[in-house]
Ligand binder design. Structure first.
Ligand code: SF4
Ligand code: SF4
Length: 443
């Protein structure tokens, strides 16, 4: 069985690979295993073999490799031939998912259906599930379920370990508008996110405040939703397109100049809506125009400049490069330049700061063993520079590193770049700290 339309990995992309191997040392699964097929060159060869009918789409080796790849895009960033690896993997996964869905174990099928088809498609449902999770976290029901073996029976042990701490209040986009401080530079669209708005509401709030201080009017249109990254990375491209259309439409009606995102994984997906709709004459142009206006919050703040009213934070930090910021969006300097503006902050670079931490969407559920190996490797690299805080720019990385550090017994906190800036503004003049009006809600 070979690939079938739609969503076939493009031959002009895989044929660009000249098999030089320059990508191998950057690939987390290759450096962990030293197995050719667990690296980008091997995986591209496998995709080409299926496309040419020399390998079956459902052969166990192919299925495993399409799942074991983290979609971290480290290989893509260093490839001298310009192989856009993400444009191969995501359709290849979609092909595998279509061909093997019926054979997956019941708990995988049920979890995929619940998360991908339901929860991430409806922000109201996601908030309802998050409210239940918050309640169970407050009442300690998870510990009870773990102790009684219920989580093991339901195959939810790994998911429970990684479940984020749900925020006490959520950041719900309800057509709010916050005014710029000082001279207005632009109107920006605030993407609240899916996991972000229920588990990192404080980061969304900090993002609004920092953008206001940078001279931006901030709007949070209610029509927005999940960016679709989780679906697309899990081989559900059609569902991803449905979610993308919602955000494109919300942005078009918002009057904003740019679309701001504070989660790196979502940012790279939003910037690639153009590719997602390239074969759709109705949406191709709208998607490309949308993607051209998307900015990661660190990229935007670095571009427009930030308020210099930063107080001192006397702490030692290290910075973790999220894969989808450094590799997919090629943004490494902007967050470091912003952090360097905070007086008193000492940045110690960790080894392998841009090697994936093993988070990668639902990778923890699909490849728990490799996810754990990479998590331990990341924790060891963090410990080498003994920071007080790990700063990053993506919720998935934050959750994965927090779980790893907790397990290692390390008392190191994790913060987003905008939280550090927000704290520095508060340290400069705490009396004028602003809560964004009606930014948050309990459900
Ligand atoms: S660096 Fe690019 S061309 Fe070289 S093996 Fe890797 S994907 Fe192929
Ligand atoms: S996307 Fe990441 S894990 Fe996958 S082949 Fe490329 S470097 Fe390796």
């Amino acid at each position: 069985m070979s690939f079938t339309a739609p969503d076939i990995p493009p031959a002009d992309v895989f044929n660009r690979c000249v098999r030089c191997g320059l990508c191998l040392p950057t690939c987390p699964t290759y450096v962990e295993t030293l197995v050719e097929t667990s690296g980008p060159r091997g995986r591209i060869a496998l995709i080409k073999a299926v496309a040419e009918g020399r390998l079956n789409l459902t052969s166990p080796g192919f299925v495993h490799q399409m799942s074991e790849c983290l979609d971290c895009r480290a290989c893509e960033a260093v490839c001298p031939s310009g192989v856009e690896y993400g444009r191969l993997l995501e359709p290849a996964r979609t092909q595998v998912q279509r061909a093997t869905a019926a054979r997956q174990p019941w708990h995988v099928r049920t979890l995929r259906w619940f998360l991908l088809d339901r929860v991430f498609s409806s922000m109201a449902l996601l908030r309802f599930v998050a409210t239940l999770l918050r309640l169970s976290q407050k009442l300690g029901l998870q510990s009870l379920a773990r102790a009684t073996g219920l989580l093991r029976v339901l195959h939810l042990e790994d998911s429970e370990k990684l479940a984020p701490r749900i925020s006490d209040r959520f950041f719900v986009p309800r057509d709010q508008r916050w005014s710029a401080e000082g001279k207005r530079k632009a109107t920006v669209f605030m993407h609240a996110g899916c996991v972000m708005h229920v588990a990192f509401a404080n980061v969304d709030e900090a993002t609004v405040r920092v953008l206001q201080k940078a001279g931006c009017d901030v709007v949070a249109p209610s029509g927005q939703g999940c960016c679709g990254a989780i679906n697309i990375h899990a081989g559900e491209m059609e569902r991803g397109r449905q979610l993308a259309k919602r955000n494109i439409t919300a942005f078009e009606g918002s009057g904003a100049d740019v679309y701001i995102i504070n989660a790196a994984g979502c940012g790279s997906t939003l910037k690639e809506y153009g590719n997602l709709f390239e074969d759709d004459p109705e949406w191709a142009q709208r998607a490309a125009a949308f993607s051209a206006q998307v900015r990661d919050v660190t990229e935007w703040l670095d571009e427009v400049g930030i308020s210099p009213d930063l107080g001192a934070i006397e702490r030692t930090i290290t910075y973790q490069d999220p894969c989808h910021l450094v590799h997919a969006q090629r943004i490494a300097g902007a967050p470091r330049r912003l952090l360097a503006k905070i007086p008193g902050l000492r940045l110690r670079e960790m080894p392998e700061s841009s090697l994936c931490c093993g988070s990668a969407g639902i990778y923890n559920l699909t490849q728990p063993e490799m996810a754990e190996r990479l998590q331990k490797r990341k924790v060891a690299n963090i410990m080498r520079v003994t920071p007080e805080i790990v700063v990053t720019a993506n919720p998935g990385c934050a959750m994965q590193m927090a779980a790893g550090l907790r397990e290692a017994g390390a008392e190191i906190s994790i913060k987003h770049v905008v939280e550090m800036l927000d704290e520095a503004y508060a340290a400069y003049s705490p009396s004028i700290r602003l809560e964004p009006a009606s930014a948050s809600s309990s459900v």
